[in-house]
Structure formats: structure tokens, C-alpha cells
Design a protein around this ligand. Sequence first.
Ligand SMILES: *Cc1c(COP(=O)(O)O)cnc(C)c1O
Length: 480
Amino acid sequence: MKYVSTRGDTAQLSFLEILLAGLAPDGGLYMPVAYPQISKSTLDSWRGLSYADLAFEILQLFSDDIPAQDLRELTHKTYTSKVYCNGRQDDAASDITPIHWLGEEGGTSIGLLSLSNGPTLAFKDMAMQLLGNLFEYALAKQNRELNILGATSGDTGSAAEYAMRGKKGIRVFMLSPEGKMSAFQCAQMYSLQDPNIFNIAIKGVFDDAQDMVKAVSNDLEFKSTHKIGTVNSINWARVVAQVVYYFAGYLRATKTSEEKVSFCVPSGNFGNVCAGHIARMMGLPIQKLVVATNENDVLDEFFKTGHYRARKAAETFHTSSPSMDISKASNFERFVFDWLGRDGQLVKDLFAKVETEGGFDYSNHPARQKIQDYGFVSGKSTHENRLETIKQVSRKYGVVVDTHTADGMQVARQNLEPGIKMLVLETALPVKFSETIELALGFKPDRPKAFINIEKLPQRVFAMNPDVQAIKNFIVGNAK
Ligand SMILES: *Cc1c(COP(=O)(O)O)cnc(C)c1O
């Protein structure tokens, strides 16, 4: 399988060649030249596979430059019940992404696809844990090292640290805004004692931390001398790892491959639902892909109107589903590439327009029909909707969902079709957002055993002013 940029650069690269890269040199995102097609009989032959074996079958279609035996070892090392055990321990032990069926609504069954059983209790572990093992493997093969530099306000940073801890040839320098994360989030990250993980608390806000990362990444000489890399959501390996659980969810929800299933996806940077789109393009019988947003509704607006209007920082709301608080959706360009017939020059022009004019308007364009053909629909929810949904789901089904999953539940319910099962992607466990849960239900959600008292563990964190030279010095001093 070869990969090309969404912006027209014609170079074709292999999976290992793009694994550690960020954007393509022309500023585009990498996409496979074509989607492997999965027939119904192949799909049926995958019924009963373990998650690790299913991941192998799917990933090998996209990474033929990794020997099969090596890839199988990597997926088996990654998708174990030991790594994915923190959620609902009853069924998580035997399955990595169990479906938790809630009941019947709107003439069909509605269920949660549990994706939050990994070490940081959010779905980002599904891809990031694989990425950790892939990076270690690829770096060892090429006799290279990597210093991952990132900024986080919570979820992504902790998922990256838990994926990269103890990995050979990799160090993580993760900047976070001092005093701006919950005690639980701080404890999750700062209690890691692994010598290759460096938590750096910046005296400032998230944007200060983000600006420092950008400044270092823009210093191309420093970047190459000190082997600086990232693990952000546009990494192709993260997207393709997420394709696997759409197949896993489908296979567990159906008995034959004649049936269609809908998925509802709480969305921010469009990485998760982009993987659903890819699964559908590969032939997975998906009826609808329901994009759920919160008040930051740039995606909902696009799927409803055909008008993509990126928001300014000042128009971005801080909500109670914070991992979906985005102003523009970084993986959306991948969808646009497929949607507009893989015309790289057109995609390049449109995203140049996003920078200069803030968006593009296809509301009166014939291509709008194709959005429906792909099965996309969308909806949004507010803080009040989340509280109400958390209450209702708790009362009706005795299940506590987190705030992001609640966004998904609310929008899923507006898009039910009789006889078409609906799987809502559970993107985090409620314990991560216990303040809002308490607001909705009057009690704190249960904490998985491994997390009781984590706030009391010793913390390893370095304080720093928002000073680019200081972080450079810190990297140089520690990357030996
Ligand atoms: C990252 C995240 C999302 C958004 O996922 P995207 O792939 O960015 O669309 C939703 N919910 C939670 C809990 C997340 O951490």
C-alpha cells in the first residue's frame, strides 16, 4: 500500500515511511492510494477472531512493508486484556471493545461500543497504544531515536505518555498548563515515574504551551538535530488503528453481513469518525455515520449545510465535553479529499481558503448529495442536553455515561431507524469528568480500582515559564 498527500504532491510513500512523519511536505495529510475492499465472505470469515487477530487482518492491508509475523506480534502485544481492563471489568477481560447493549429505542437496539478500557480511560488509547509499539519497532529497525514534543490540556497527552512509557528510543516531552487540569488528570500524567517521560508544567494557559511546541517545530534545524516528532491526531497510523473497532463493533452486533449498522461518533478533530468513513469505504455495511458535536458545531454545520466555517479561537467554547472543543477539525481534510474525487489541487485550494477566508461554502454545489450517499448525518448538543442525557440514561438503563458519550447518545437518538442497530461510541469513562457527572446525578461515578487515590501518588513534573529557549535547553539536557 502506498500513500499520497491530500494536496496533490505525487510522491508515493510506504506505511513505514509515513509512520513517523507529520504533515506531507505540501501541508497535506497522508491517505492510502486506494481502499482495500472487504467482501462479505471475507467479513464473515473474520467473525470470531480476537481483537488482536482482527487488527492484524485489517492493518496488514495498509502496512505491507511490515513483515506479517512482526505485525501479528505487534497487534498481540497491544490488544491484550491486561492493557484494556480498566473499564467494565466483567466483559472487558474477554473482549477489548465490548458492546454494552442498553435497550430498545425507536424500534431498534441501541448500544455503547466501549472504547475506553485502556490505561487512560478514553478511546485515544485504542490507537495510541498501537502507535507506541509501532514507533518502537520502526525506530529500532532504522536505528533511530525520537523525542516526542507535545502540548496537552488532558486526554491526548496522557494517552501518549501511557503509550510511550518505557519504550526504547523514545522520549516524551509533554507540556501542560499549570493548574488548568483536574487533579485526576494531573495525577494520571504526573505520577508516571518512567525516566523517558518528562511532564513539564507551563506557567500559563494551554495556548502558551501550544505556541512553545509550534516555535520549536518551526525551528527546522533544531527539529532535525534533536529528532523532534509528534503524535498528533493527523498521524495516519492512529486513524487506521481506529478503523479496526468499527469492524469489531459491526461483527459483534450482527449475525450475518447482510445486516447494516449505524454508528454515532462524538467528534472533535474528525479522526474517529474519519476511521468510520474509511471502514465504510472498505465495504463495511454501515448505514449511517452520525457525527455528534457539542456547542463547537463546525462539523454539524458542515454536514447540515455544506458550508465549512472554521471558528476563531475566540469563538471556541470551553464546554463540559472538553475533548470536543475544537475550532477546526484537523482530519476533516481526509474526508474532503475523498468527497471531492481525490482532486489534490482542489483540496489544496480549499484549505488555503480556510486559512485566508475562514472556510468554504458548498451549500449549492452538486457534490452535497454525495455527503448523504456516504451515510453522514449530524447533530449537536449543549451542556443542558448533556446533563439531561446523563440523567435519562442513568435512570432508564442504570448506566453512567461520560459527557462526550452523552453528546453521542443525544444525537444518536435523533437518528434512529427501525431495525438498524445503533452503536454509540463510548469515548471516555465518566470518572474522567466526575464534576459534571456529579452535577447531573448528585453522586460521583465509580472509580476503577487502579485509580483509587492516584492523587496521593508521588508526582514527577518540571515547572517552566513559557519560554522557548527554556524548553529547548531542557530537551538538549535530557535527550542523551
Ligand atoms: C479526542 C476525543 C474526542 C474527539 O475525537 P476526534 O477523533 O478528535 O473527533 C471525543 N471524546 C473524547 C473523550 C476524546 O478524548
